[in-house]
Design a protein around this ligand. Structure first.
Ligand SMILES: Cc1cc2nc3c(=O)[nH]c(=O)nc-3n(C[C@H](O)[C@H](O)[C@H](O)COP(=O)(O)OP(=O)(O)OC[C@H]3O[C@@H](n4cnc5c(N)ncnc54)[C@H](O)[C@@H]3O)c2cc1C
Length: 399
């Protein structure tokens, strides 16, 4: 068996997309030695639609990345049209918390922008590295990761902290023994495909019985067309239809007949993708030598399209806690991480509750009332984030 001399760092982060790379960028800006590893290469796509809520846009702005996201060709979305109960209402995105737009960049663009910012800040980003296990010290504390690169060469990285930013099926969470501290009934299905050939004035949202569908305008005049439904409905449509695309078409027709009609003049340019059953769960946030961020630590139904914003918010909370923990020791360290857990659990609460209720698809008037609550909760979250000091602000000019 090949052996390798381990390299030693302050922090090793497993997973380099929105949660991992933003945590790495902030820690590096705070002066820490950080390595991010990901089995994927960037730019690359992942299964996700990609509307970023106001609170996520606030983070991009504060971190100096909003210009790059808009510069990638993702259009600024300044109008949202809500279609429900036979009425359509268009509203501008009001200026609040320092932003007057939302945006839906493709993940291949967004994730690469954040990973590049982490690199510029001084983090090492190693792609094509699969982590297969955790290293522990003599006291059982997590002290590093092991794995291999694409060629099969062993990788051994030691660190004071290992961060699992490795998504819903997190290897770090499993290997560290992170318990699911809260499991709610699983959410529904979210499916999407890309279309070209129609210009959209903004974001379109369609509410109907047992469904929520819409349009996120994205790069190159394309649009992400999506439909969220209870899992049972999505699965039944798949069983009835000859293909995923046919099942998607059937769900769209039922959810948003006006949109389905408009799409007859467009061309689908991607396969239909998505998840048919999305867990709603919170995992233990940290333990000796490790912590979780992003979907690894908290996963919710995509019906509220809030996962990227959750990842950005929690990356900042975790980076601030690790900054403190790395500069202290013993009790200071556990106090800093306990603070991360407390802040994360408090910050996610309201939108998690709304998500679980939306994911149960109540009757249309109740669904609309929950959407209004969601919008208010996002505004509150955005204002709170905008009021925080920016970690590593000194280095923002070089971002
Ligand atoms: C259908 C769908 C639609 C969605 N729509 C939206 C939306 O519109 N807006 C929104 O805000 N959110 C949306 N989300 C949620 C959003 O996609 C997630 O919350 C977000 O991707 C979480 O980011 P992350 O960085 O935590 O994890 P991920 O994006 O899952 O990234 C994890 C990374 O870890 C790497 N990794 C995993 N295991 C290992 C290993 N062992 N070794 C090395 N690398 C590893 C993977 O390669 C991956 O790159 C949607 C999700 C789905 C499923």
């Amino acid at each position: 068996m090949q052996t390798v001399n381990p390299s030693r760092h302050d922090v090793v982060i497993v997973g380099g997309r929105v949660a991992g790379s933003s945590t790495a960028m902030l820690l590096a800006r705070l002066g820490h030695d950080v390595v991010v590893v990901d089995q994927a290469s960037f730019p690359s796509d992942t299964v996700s639609t990609h509307s970023i809520a106001r609170s996520g846009v606030v983070q991009l702005r504060r971190w100096g990345l909003l210009g790059a996201v808009l510069g990638s060709g993702a259009p600024a979305i300044r109008q949202v049209t809500f279609h429900a109960l036979g009425e359509s209402v268009s509203r501008p995105v009001k200026p609040k918390a320092g932003v007057d737009l939302v945006v839906a960049p493709r993940r291949y663009a967004l994730d690469a922008i954040v990973a590049a910012a982490a690199q510029r800040a001084g983090a090492e980003v190693r792609t094509g590295v699969t982590v297969t296990g955790l290293r522990r010290d003599g006291d059982g504390r997590v002290a590093g990761v092991c794995g291999h690169d694409r060629a099969g060469a062993p990788v051994d990285l030691r660190a004071r902290y290992v961060i699992g930013a490795d998504g819903l099926r997190s290897l770090v969470a499993r290997a560290a023994g992170a318990a699911v501290s809260e499991a709610r009934p699983a959410g529904g299905a979210a499916q999407y495909a890309y279309y070209t050939g129609i210009g959209w004035a903004g974001m379109e949202l369609y509410v109907a019985e047992r469904s929520f569908a819409g349009v996120f305008p994205t790069h190159d005049g394309q649009a992400c067309i999506w439909v969220c439904t209870p899992s049972a409905d999505a699965q039944a449509a798949r069983r009835r239809a000859g293909s995923r695309a046919e099942a998607f078409g059937e769900l769209l027709q039922r959810s948003a007949p006006g949109l389905a009609e408009q799409l007859r003049g467009a061309r689908r340019i991607s396969p239909v993708q998505g998840m048919l059953r999305q867990p709603n769960q919170v995992r233990q946030a940290f333990g000796p030598g490790w912590a979780l961020v992003g979907d690894a630590g908290y996963h919710r139904d995509a019906v509220t399209a809030h996962g990227i914003s959750d990842a950005f918010r929690d990356a900042e909370l975790l980076a601030a806690a690790l900054d403190q923990a790395l500069d202290g020791e013993g009790s200071e360290e556990s106090a800093a991480l306990a603070c991360y857990k407390q802040q994360r659990d408090r910050a996610l609460r309201e939108i998690f509750e709304i998500t679980c209720r939306l994911g149960a698809y109540p009757a249309v008037p109740a669904f609309i009332a929950l959407q209004k609550q969601l919008s208010a909760a996002i505004d509150t979250e955005a204002a709170a984030l905008a009021a925080r000091p920016i970690p590593g602000q000194r280095l923002l000019a070089t971002a």
